[in-house]
Design a protein. Structure first.
Length: 138
């Protein structure tokens, strides 16, 4: 699995794009890399793009463990989490995360299956995430 992070200035958000097979190990390693990044405090809004994830190699136990770790981190920074999950598989995984985050931590994670709606939620005028990245010069 490849995970790319973009620290955008217009709007000021952290964009995470995940590609390929999503594994628990890769997600936890990416979170640790982000925590250690000098840009970790860039924004309290995170858009997670799951549109290019082709499989999830995790069971519910792994999702629960990862959700707990991620949610504790997000809550400590008062982060807003927006998930773009256009496929049935990605939407299902996003819902599992959302369920754990809400039930165990009283944290809201918003899920969109329409790209333009996810972008509108963060205040971006762009039609696509690729256009948002390009407009920010990345």
């Amino acid at each position: 699995m490849e995970i790319e992070r973009f620290y955008l200035s217009d709007p000021k958000i952290i964009l995470v794009r995940k590609t390929g097979a999503m594994t628990a190990k890769a997600v936890l390693e990416a979170l640790e890399a982000h925590r250690n990044s000098p840009h970790a405090e860039h924004s309290n809004t995170k858009l997670i793009d799951l549109s290019q994830v082709d499989s999830f190699e995790m069971d519910f136990s792994a999702v629960n463990r990862i959700s707990s770790d991620l949610t504790r981190y997000y809550i400590s920074r008062n982060m807003t989490i927006i998930l773009y999950a256009p496929t049935q598989v990605s939407f299902g995984m996003a819902r599992m995360y959302q369920s754990v985050a809400e039930a165990r931590f009283d944290m809201m994670a918003e899920i969109y299956d329409v790209e333009s709606e996810a972008l509108a939620r963060i205040g971006a005028p762009d039609a696509t995430i690729d256009a948002l990245i390009a407009r920010n010069g990345l």
